[in-house]
Design a protein around this ligand. Structure first.
Ligand code: SF4
Ligand code: SF4
Length: 354
C-alpha cells in the first residue's frame, strides 16, 4: 500500500531494490555520541513509530553494533543498510563479516560502497580484485540483498548510476546543496535507481529542521530521506514534520534565501572538487569539522589526534589558489582554513561542541 498525503508519498519502492520503504529513514551517524542505553531506546522508538529503513556504516564506530542490538528481535520487519570504505575485494570481505556480526544478522538488505567520490576510487572498486568483485560474490551468496553506492560528487554519481551496477544511490541534498536535483536525481528516477538522501540539514549546519526536511521531501525524485538523530525528541520532531503539511510557506522561502545568503560562501558541501591539493591538505575535512562533523559525532581521542595532524597540514598551505579555482561554490578556502583551525583549537581544548 502506498501512503500519500497532500501529494507527497510516505511510503515508496526504493528503485530496483523493490524494497517498500517508509520515506523517512534512520541516519546512524549521530548515535555514536550518545550512550548505548539511550541509543537502543532511540532506535526502538523509531521502530515503534513505524520506521523501516536503518542506515549505518562500518566507519561509524559503535553505530552498527547498537542498531543490531536494538533490532535483533524484529530483524525481519526492517531493512538494514550499511557501507564500507574498502576499495578492494579482500577489504570488503573483512568488513562485511564484521558488519554482519555487529548487526546480528546473516544478510544486509542494502550494502553500499561508501563515498565513491572521485575517478580514482571509481576505477579502484571496478579493477580486478576490487570491491565490486566481493560485493557481487556476496550478493550471489545471499549475504547482500541489494548493491548500492554513496557519493558526495553529483557529477561522478551520474556515471555510477549509468553503470547499471547499483540499485540505489545515497547522495547529500539540501537547500544549500541543490545540484543533485538538476540532473542526477531525475536520472535515477529514469533508470529506476533508488535515491537515499543524506544530510538534509546540511550535516547539522541548518537550524530550522522543519523547513530543511520539507525542502527535500518536496522533490518527487527523492525516495528516502535519512536525517541523523541523537534523541527521541529529534525523532519525534522529524516524524511530526513527515506526517504533517509539507507545503513551504512564504516565510520559509525567505528563511531558505537568508541561509543561502549567510552560509552560501562558507558552507562546504564535501564534494571534493577542490582536490587534489599539492600539499595534501584535507580541505573538506577541515571546513566541515566544526559545524558539521563535530555536531554530529563529537570529540574522541582519535578525532583529536586526526585533527592535530590536519592542523599541521593546513600550516603547509602555499596559497597556490588551485583549490579555490576548482570550488564550484567559490568558497574562500585560503581564508577559511586558518579560521577553522583557530576556532577548532579552542573547542578542542575544552572538548566543546560548536
Ligand atoms: S591554496 Fe593551499 S589548500 Fe588550496 S590547493 Fe593550494 S596548497 Fe592546497
Ligand atoms: S571547499 Fe568547495 S570544492 Fe571543496 S569540498 Fe568544500 S564545497 Fe566542495
Amino acid at each position: 500500500m502506498y501512503v500519500c498525503f497532500m501529494g507527497i508519498l510516505r511510503e515508496t519502492v526504493l528503485g530496483r531494490t523493490g524494497l517498500k520503504v517508509r520515506t523517512l529513514g534512520f541516519g546512524g551517524i549521530p548515535i555514536q555520541r550518545v550512550s548505548e542505553e539511550e541509543t537502543i531506546k532511540i532506535v526502538r522508538h523509531c521502530y515503534e513509530l513505524g520506521m523501516n529503513y536503518y542506515d549505518t556504516a562500518r566507519g561509524y564506530t559503535v553505530s552498527e553494533e547498537r542498531i543490531g542490538q536494538a533490532l535483533e528481535d524484529v530483524r525481519e520487519n526492517v531493512y538494514l543498510a550499511t557501507k564500507s570504505h574498502q576499495r578492494t575485494a579482500e577489504g570488503i570481505w573483512k568488513e562485511l563479516e564484521v558488519s554482519l556480526g555487529n548487526l546480528r544478522t546473516d544478510y544486509i538488505d542494502v550494502y553500499q560502497l561508501h563515498n565513491v567520490t572521485n575517478q580514482q576510487q571509481w576505477e579502484e572498486v571496478r579493477a580486478p580484485g576490487g570491491a565490486m568483485e566481493a560485493v557481487n560474490q556476496a550478493f550471489e551468496d545471499g549475504k547482500i540483498k541489494h548493491i548500492s553506492v554513496t557519493s558526495h560528487n553529483p557529477d561522478l554519481a551520474i556515471e555510477l548510476v549509468k553503470s547499471g551496477l547499483f540499485e540505489s544511490l545515497m547522495i547529500p541534498y539540501n537547500y544549500l546543496t541543490p545540484k543533485p536535483a538538476e540532473k542526477l536525481l531525475p536520472l535515477c528516477k529514469e533508470l529506476n535507481v533508488g535515491t537515499i538522501i543524506m544530510k538534509p540539514f546540511g550535516g547539522g549546519a541548518f537550524s530550522n529542521a522543519n523547513t530543511a526536511l520539507k525542502y527535500v521531501f518536496n522533490d518527487p525524485s527523492t525516495d528516502i530521506v535519512i536525517p541523523g538523530v541523537m534523541s527521541i525528541e529529534e525523532v519525534d520532531e522529524n516524524w511530526a514534520i513527515w506526517l504533517g503539511d509539507m507545503s513551504i510557506s512564504e516565510e520559509e522561502k525567505e528563511l531558505i534565501e537568508f541561509d543561502r545568503r549567510e552560509l552560501g560562501d562558507k558552507f562546504c558541501r564535501g564534494c571534493n572538487y577542490c582536490q587534489p591539493c599539492p600539499q595534501s591538505i584535507p580541505i573538506s575535512y577541515m571546513l566541515r569539522a566544526e559545524k558539521q562533523m563535530l555536531r554530529r559525532m563529537g570529540w574522541s581521542d582519535s578525532r583529536v589526534e586526526g585533527m592535530k595532524k590536519a592542523f599541521a597540514k593546513v600550516e603547509t598551505c602555499i596559497e597556490c589558489g588551485e583549490c579555490e579555482s576548482r570550488c564550484p561554490y567559490e568558497l574562500p578556502i585560503i581564508k577559511l582554513l586558518p579560521e577553522s583551525v583557530a576556532s577548532l583549537k579552542v573547542h578542542m581544548e575544552n572538548r566543546t561542541i560548536p
